[in-house]
Design a protein around this ligand. Structure first.
Ligand code: PFF
Length: 437
C-alpha cells in the first residue's frame, strides 16, 4: 500500500516545524530557562540543539524516509527485532508527553476563554497569580479543557496527513511569528526591559550544574521533537527529491528562533513588572497578560495569542498522536479510526492525574516531584535522551551507508557526522545523564 506524501516541500517543513514549535518553545522554554538562571542555560541549550539535536533530527528523517513506516517498524526493518526497542521507547515517551501536553494544551483553551471575556486583562501580579492558580488548581475545569484539547487532536489526526496538518502549518507559522514580533516590540519597550534582556542573554557560568545540563538536553530534545520517533514518522511521508539537511536546518532554525523570541517576549516583562521568574509552569500564562494590558487593542492581542498558541500546541500534539496510532495501524493492521479514538481515550485518562497534581493531588509527591513533574521528567530527561542514544548508535553503526546516502553530504563532513553518531552523541548524552545521577 502506498502511503500518502506531503503536497510540497514547504508543506513538509511547516508541518515538521509545526511539530517542533509548540508549547515547548512558548510555555516550557521560558520557565525552564528562568528557573535555571537564564544566559548560561540558554547557551548550553543552543549548543545541544545545533549539534546533537540537529544530528538526531536528520537521523530520524533519514530512517523514516528510507523505510516509510512508523518508528518500531522502521528500526526492525533496517535493523532487527532488538533495535525496534528504540521505537518502543519512543512510543512510550510520546504517550507520557501527550498525556501532560494535552493538559497544558487545555490551559490555552481556558486562557482563550479568559481572554475573550476579559478576565485576563490585568497587570496586577497577584491577580494574575491567583487567576492561574485557581484555574489549574480547580479539579474540574482543567479536566474539561484537557478533554477538549485531546478531542481536537483526535479530529486532526483522523482527517489524515495532508488535509489536516499541512493546511494548519501554512496558516499557523507566519501568524505566530508576526504576533510574537509585535508582542516583543511592546515587551522590549517596557521600563527596565533591558534588565530582562540581560537576564535572558548574559551567561553566568557559576550557575552551571549537573541538573541544569540534563534540563538543557531534555528541553533541546523536547523542543525539536527528537528522540521519540515523531520526526521519523513525518520523514516517512517525505519524497526522495527533498534534501534532508536543508529541511532539517529549516526546522531546527525555525523552532529555535521561536524559543528565543518567546524568551524576548517574556523575560523583559517579568523583570519590568517584578514578577517571579521562578514561577514554574505558570510563567507564560502569568506574564503575557501584563504585555497585553500595555497594548492598544490589548484584548485582541490576548485572544490572538492564546488562539495561536492553541494551534501551535495542537500541531505538536498531532505529531505525538500520529506516532502513537501508527504503531497499531502499521504493526497490527488495525483500522485507523478506532485506534485513534482508543489511544486518545487512554491519553485523556493518563492526563487526569497530571492535571490534578496542580490541585487536589498537589501533595502526592515522589522524591519531591508531583505526578506532572514526574511525567515531564521521565519523558524529557530520561526517555528522550535514551531514544537519542539509541537513534544515534543505530544511525552510526547499523545503517551508516544508508544514512550517508540519504543525507548526501559533502565528503569532507561525512566522517565528522559518522563519529558524532557513533561515539560523540551517545557518550555525551550518557555522560550528562550519569553526571546528574
Ligand atoms: N516539540 C514539541 C514542543 O516543543 O511543543 C513537543 C514534542 C512533540 C516533543 C513531539 C516530543 C515529540 F516527539
Amino acid at each position: 500500500m502506498s502511503r500518502s506524501q506531503w503536497g510540497s516541500k514547504l508543506g513538509f517543513i511547516l508541518a515538521s516545524a509545526g511539530s517542533a514549535v509548540g508549547l515547548g518553545a512558548i510555555w516550557k522554554f521560558p520557565y525552564v530557562t528562568a528557573t535555571n538562571g537564564g544566559g548560561a542555560f540558554l547557551l548550553i541549550f543552543l549548543a545541544i540543539t545545533f549539534t546533537m539535536g540537529f544530528a538526531l533530527l536528520l537521523a530520524e528523517f533519514a530512517i523514516g524516509r528510507a523505510v516509510a513506516s512508523g518508528a518500531v517498524g522502521a528500526f526492525r526493518a533496517l535493523g532487527n527485532r532488538r533495535w525496534s526497542a528504540i521505537g518502543y521507547i519512543g512510543v512510550l515517551c510520546c504517550f507520557l508527553i501527550l498525556s501532560f501536553y494535552s493538559v497544558v494544551g487545555g490551559w490555552t483553551i481556558g486562557y482563550l476563554v479568559r481572554a475573550l471575556d476579559g478576565r485576563v486583562m490585568t497587570s496586577d501580579s497577584q491577580a494574575l497569580g491567583s487567576l492561574f492558580g485557581s484555574y489549574v488548581g480547580n479539579p474540574v475545569e482543567p479536566l474539561i479543557t484537557h478533554g477538549i484539547f485531546a478531542l481536537l487532536t483526535l479530529l486532526v489526526v483522523m482527517s489524515g496527513v495532508q488535509k489536516g496538518i499541512e493546511r494548519a502549518g501554512k496558516v499557523l507559522m507566519p501568524g505566530l511569528f508576526i504576533l510574537m514580533l509585535v508582542l516583543i516590540a511592546r515587551s522590549l519597550t517596557l521600563p527596565h526591559a533591558i534588565d530582562g534582556v540581560m537576564a535572558f542573554f548574559a551567561p553566568d557560568f557559576t550557575k552551571v550544574n549537573p541538573g541544569m545540563l540534563v534540563d538543557a538536553m531534555g528541553l533541546a530534545f523536547f523542543h525539536l521533537s527528537v528522540g521519540a520517533g515523531c520526526m521519523l514518522a513525518y520523514g516517512s511521508y517525505l519524497d526522495r527529491q527533498t534534501s534532508l539537511t536543508q529541511v532539517g536546518a529549516w526546522v531546527t532554525g525555525l523552532s529555535t528562533v521561536t524559543a528565543v523570541l518567546a524568551g524576548l517576549m517574556i523575560f523583559p516583562a517579568v523583570v519590568s513588572f517584578g514578577l517571579n521568574p521562578a514561577a514554574g509552569p505558570g510563567l507564560t500564562y502569568m506574564t503575557m497578560p501584563v504585555v497585553f494590558t500595555r497594548l492598544p487593542f490589548g484584548q485582541l492581542f490576548a485572544v490572538a495569542f492564546f488562539a495561536l498558541l492553541l494551534l501551535a500546541a495542537l500541531m505538536s500534539a498531532v505529531s505525538l498522536l500520529e506516532q502513537l496510532v501508527v504503531l497499531p495501524i502499521d504493526e497490527w493492521k488495525l483500522p485507523r479510526k478506532p485506534v485513534t479514538v482508543g489511544v486518545t481515550l487512554l491519553i485523556f485518562l493518563m492526563g487526569i492525574p497530571a492535571s490534578l497534581s496542580f490541585g487536589p493531588w498537589a501533595s502526592y509527591t515522589f522524591h519531591g516531584k508531583t505526578v506532572f513533574q514526574l511525567m515531564d521528567y521521565a519523558s524529557s530527561n530520561v526517555l528522550l535522551p535514551l531514544g537519542g542514544i539509541g537513534t544515534a548508535l543505530f544511525a552510526g553503526w547499523k545503517i551508516w551507508p544508508l544514512m550517508a546516502g540519504e543525507l548526501a553530504l559533502p565528503r569532507a563532513i561525512e566522517p565528522a557526522l559518522k563519529w558524532t553518531y557513533r561515539v560523540a552523541a551517545p557518550c555525551l548524552i550518557a555522560l550528562i545523564m550519569l553526571y546528574n545521577l
